[in-house]
Write a protein that binds this ligand. Structure first.
Ligand code: ZN
Length: 265
């Protein structure tokens, strides 16, 4: 209690105060960006916002923690609420609402996003924490989702060995199960590709056709071209998205041009 505290009193425009806070934010435990913003735009709006979102005693924190990373007292929930409501322009939003006497709009939007996520995805998975739910809500909330069907899809995708990126499962489902890039599907390993290349090339040479099956059925000079291993890429004969497995039986080597044209791996 005897410790002397150094206290700064700041006056000036918002941008001047902001610069000043950045300058002094090098001593002790540095403030996170949202703490800096709270200081710059201090006033009733921030006070009410912190009461709702930065209060670790708030009974909703546990529910929010399923979707939002960080802690209440370091402003993680307040920051996310502002980020969602402002579509990424927290600074401007706080400046505009600085003198508001309530946070109704902010609270309403935040709860709408949380309620939407928890109604579409009824199971809570750890990978849901920290996803861009504000953006996903904006992009997909007008579509109809059957939560039982969604839940079954989530479980099926979670059990799929070929999916490397489980975080991507939620956006994949919201987008209508099209964008397999989100899932980072495992591809064929090197020995499998070499074995398939060898077999395909041997067969092609006896038929005097290209070892790329799509070149072989074409009409240009490439129809009898034997591509080197490095000039080819592995393709799923039956696409992963249509249930194709990543085993040698389902592997076909194509020249790079044709593989890229096929796209869906
Ligand atoms: Zn080809």
């Amino acid at each position: 209690m005897e410790t002397k505290l150094l206290i700064y009193e700041c006056e000036g425009t918002e941008s001047q105060i902001k610069e000043w806070f950045k300058t002094i934010n090098i001593a002790g435990v540095p403030l996170v960006p949202q703490e800096l913003l709270n200081a710059i735009y201090s006033g009733q709006f921030v006070t009410l916002g912190k009461e709702e979102f930065s209060n670790s005693q708030n009974a909703n924190i546990q529910k929010w923690s399923a979707y939002i990373k960080g802690s209440a007292n370091r402003q993680a929930f307040f920051e996310r609420a502002l980020d969602w409501a402002s579509k990424g322009n927290i600074d401007d939003y706080m400046s505009i609402h600085r003198n508001d006497k309530n946070i109704n709009e902010l609270k309403k939007y935040f709860n709408t996003v949380i309620d939407w996520v928890s109604s579409v995805f009824t199971d809570v998975e750890s990978e849901m924490c920290g996803l861009e739910w504000g953006r996903l809500y904006e992009e997909h909330h007008t579509k109809k989702f059957n939560s039982a069907k969604v839940s079954a899809e989530v479980r099926k995708l979670y059990g799929d060995f070929f999916i490397k990126d489980k975080k991507g499962i939620f956006e994949f489902i919201l987008g209508g199960n099209n964008d397999t890039k989100l899932l980072n599907i495992r591809i064929f390993d090197e020995p499998t590709k070499r074995a398939v290349y060898k077999k395909q090339t041997r067969e092609a040479e006896t038929k005097k056709k290209s070892n790329c099956s799509l070149c072989a059925v074409g009409h240009d000079a490439n129809k009898s071209k034997i591509w080197s291993f490095g000039e080819m890429e592995a393709d799923h004969v039956s696409a992963w998205s249509k249930g194709g497995a990543t085993s040698a039986k389902n592997c076909e080597m194509l020249c790079k041009t044709h593989n890229r044209a096929k796209g869906n791996r």
